[in-house]
Design a protein around this ligand. Structure first.
Ligand code: A2H
Length: 253
């Protein structure tokens, strides 16, 4: 953890179809609002390569009214931070419509903005912390070793994780090229460090550091509006573009 506040980008993905378990809890409680899952990321420039969305199966989530038309899905903690950053009006106002277990959200279908594969599923990830961000994590297995290792676990043990294999069927998408690791940086580092699963916590921390530095300092965009530009140049431009389009907003903690 750094010293100053962490500047995240909060990415909004609209729910297009609830899982049956979520539908049962939520039915009749939204007042006709659209619901967006809100994920906090430090790498907005990778959002073209989303393959799914992660929640912590043992974490509690809420759906919070933002106005008459929209509601956000995240942890209560995340909603409170957003409220004090002026996302709700009046500032600080928290209007919780629903409480729901992460496990029940698994299998929900969402529409992820900017993603080359826009229709994605919500999947479980054990390492999602209730105490960080919004508790919702976009999965970009091309550039995040944690996301890649978790996706491989889910594919290998779909029954154990209580998921339909088709929900984990989207392959990593090349988004950033790095001189050392090629077009799929995270899978290359996971292989190099012989990481077997999301339970290899120590090696994954090392892989995360390597992937982050390599992508940021040496990466080149392979797709999107800023294709051909360095990641250092593109990062804030992608962020601004998403915020302009109202598909994202600034979130700090
Ligand atoms: B990042 P930091 Cl491609 N629990 O987004 C666990 N992890 C969380 C989280 C939570 N509650 N909230 C956010 N995160 C993840 C993209 C990404 C991320 C890539 C590569 C690396 C990377 C796609 N997943 O993070 O502890 C989110 O995943 C590694 C730095 O605040 C968020 O950015 O530094 C990152 O961790 C924030 O981690």
């Amino acid at each position: 953890e750094g010293v100053g506040p962490q500047e995240y980008t909060a990415i909004k993905s609209q729910v297009i179809e609830w899982s049956p378990a979520a539908k049962e809890v939520i039915e009749g409680k939204l007042g006709g609002r659209k619901v967006y899952m809100v994920a906090a990321t430090l790498r907005p420039e990778t959002m073209y390569g989303q393959t799914n969305c992660f929640v912590g199966p043992a974490i509690k989530y809420g759906i919070f009214a933002i106005n008459e038309k929209d509601a956000y899905l995240c942890t209560y903690r995340g909603a409170r931070n957003m409220a004090f950053q002026g996302v709700t009006k009046p500032r600080g106002n928290i209007d919780q419509l629903v409480e729901i277990d992460g496990a029940k959200l698994v299998g929900t279908k969402i529409n992820a903005p900017f993603s080359i594969n826009p229709e994605l599923y919500v999947l479980p990830m054990d390492s999602v912390l209730a105490t960080k961000g919004t508790g919702v994590v976009t999965s970009v297995p091309s550039d995040s070793p944690h996301d890649y290792a978790t996706l491989m676990d889910l594919r290998k043990k779909a029954e154990f994780y209580k998921i339909d294999p088709s929900w984990a069927s989207i392959d990593p998408v090349p988004v950033i090229s790095t001189p050392t690791y090629g077009d799929l940086t995270a899978p290359a580092i996971v292989k190099q460090l012989k990481i077997q699963s999301q339970k290899d916590v120590k090696q994954l921390e090392e892989a995360k550091e390597i992937a982050y530095k390599e992508g940021f300092y040496n990466g080149t965009m392979l797709v999107g509006e800023f294709k051909g530009e360095s990641v250092q140049d593109a990062k804030s431009k992608v962020r601004e573009s998403m915020i302009q389009a109202q598909l994202a907003f600034a979130y700090a903690e």
